[in-house]
Design a protein around this ligand. Structure first.
Ligand SMILES: NC(=O)C1=CN([C@@H]2O[C@H](COP(=O)(O)OP(=O)(O)OC[C@H]3O[C@@H](n4cnc5c(N)ncnc54)[C@H](O)[C@@H]3O)[C@@H](O)[C@H]2O)C=CC1
Ligand SMILES: O=C(CO)COP(=O)(O)O
Length: 372
């Protein structure tokens, strides 16, 4: 009989714990899969002195990051990342992106031959030598494994509560499509697989920047129409970004759950939006509010805005992405949140699509560039 395939989940925050509920239940129905799901937990001591791993393994609940939802008993918390990952055939990466590089170091050269990864991580990697890369590319370069991605309109607490949603998995082969659909799909979590993995991942990263913009206009007291404008202009910049930097991106991917749907849900219900709104209302910094409001959970939007801005600046393209640029500059307190409104008022997308558009757009872009 063929040896059963093993799975490890690398990360156990809010989303990592929610997805562990699904994967833990699904492997029990898959004859090819080993029932045990190893869950790497970045160990921490809870206020009552107990270790988080011990609590997860005895109470079957991540009381810190997903309180109120049980984990299947076959999900086993492991504090040593190498121990959790070394025998795995499938690795699910689900950490805040700022911790990925350091977390992966102990795994280098130590993974099983032929292991395949899937990244649920939203963000980019700022390369030490300059430039940015996708998180899947970072994992591939560090660990030498093929990496798919899963991105969608998937607020973790709603998924944990089993409220219906959709998700998108970007794959490279038919085999990956079949196995990852079986591992992740449930009655309430519907999976579409697409062969446009880079665009899926780009959407997941960029929508968090736009969500910060949505939070800023909410904080300024503007209404849903204004937020809809931010969402629309954000989508246009997401598409343009993919066209510039990821040749071959399929337009249709933006209409999957990873695109427009994730953008909308995050601009209404996400942490990036919530903290950004509070920035405007309280005048406190993002870092301070992240610590005060999220109890250890981490924002991805401000860091992603920084990573994208580093690329746009290096390429001389800031003026072509005025929304991404303004959001980054608000996040780092270079400009005030009220400048969001001027940014969307003057956005080049407002120009009618006619023969004059190209030259007019060039003028507006130049005008904007002179203000930077
Ligand atoms: N929470 C959500 O609703 C969703 C999150 N995502 C994405 O999933 C990824 C992970 O997000 P969450 O699970 O929500 O994480 P989270 O925001 O709950 O972050 C907390 C996690 O970070 C870990 N951590 C803290 N310091 C660390 C360190 N120095 N090294 C390694 N780990 C450390 C904590 O142990 C904890 O597991 C992110 O890229 C996020 O954008 C995607 C869809 C939904
Ligand atoms: O990615 C998410 C939903 O799909 C979660 O967004 P936030 O990190 O803003 O909560």
């Amino acid at each position: 009989m063929a040896e059963k395939k093993k799975i490890a989940i690398i990360g156990s925050g809010n989303w990592g714990s929610a997805i562990a509920r699904i994967v833990g239940a699904n492997v029990r129905t898959m004859s090819m899969m080993d029932e045990e799901v190893k869950l790497w937990v970045f160990e921490e001591i809870l206020p009552d002195g107990r270790k988080l791993t011990e609590v997860i393994n005895t109470e079957h609940e991540n009381v810190k990051y997903l309180k109120g939802y049980s984990l299947p008993h076959n999900v086993v918390a492991v504090p040593d990342i190498l121990e959790s990952a070394k025998d795995a055939d499938y690795l699910v990466f689900v950490l805040p992106h700022q911790f990925l590089r350091s977390s992966c170091q102990p795994l280098r050269g130590k993974l099983k031959q032929g292991a395949v990864g899937i990244s649920l991580i939203k963000g980019f990697d700022l390369k030490p030598e300059g430039g940015i890369q996708l998180i899947s590319e970072l994992i591939n370069s560090l660990l030498g494994i093929d990496v798919c991605c899963l991105m969608g309109a998937n607020l973790a607490h709603e998924v944990a509560a089993e409220k219906f949603c959709e998700t998108t998995i970007g794959v490279h082969t038919d085999e990956q499509s079949l196995i990852f659909k079986d591992l992740f799909q449930t009655d309430f979590f519907r999976v579409t697989t697409v062969r446009d993995a880079k665009t899926v991942e780009v959407c997941g990263a960029l929508k968090n920047i736009v969500a910060c913009g949505a939070g800023f206009v909410d904080g300024l007291g503007y209404g849903d129409n204004t937020k809809a404008a931010v969402i629309r202009l954000g989508l246009m910049e997401m598409i343009k970004f993919a066209e510039y930097f990821y040749a071959g991106a399929k337009f249709s991917t933006f209409f999957e759950s990873c695109g427009i749907a994730d953008l909308v849900t995050t601009c209404y219900g996400g942490r990036n939006r919530r903290v950004s709104e509070a920035v405007v209302k309280s005048g406190k910094s993002i870092k301070q509010l992240e610590a005060e409001m999220l109890d250890g959970q981490r924002l991805q939007g401000p860091e992603t805005a920084h990573e994208v801005n580093a690329l746009l600046k290096a390429e001389g393209l800031e003026a072509r992405f005025p929304l991404f640029t303004a959001i980054h500059r608000i996040c780092v307190q270079e400009i005030s949140p009220s400048e969001m409104i001027e940014c969307i008022r003057m956005h080049p997308e407002h120009l009618a699509f006619d023969r004059r558009r190209v030259s007019i757009e060039r003028d507006v872009v130049n005008q904007y560039a002179s203000c930077l």
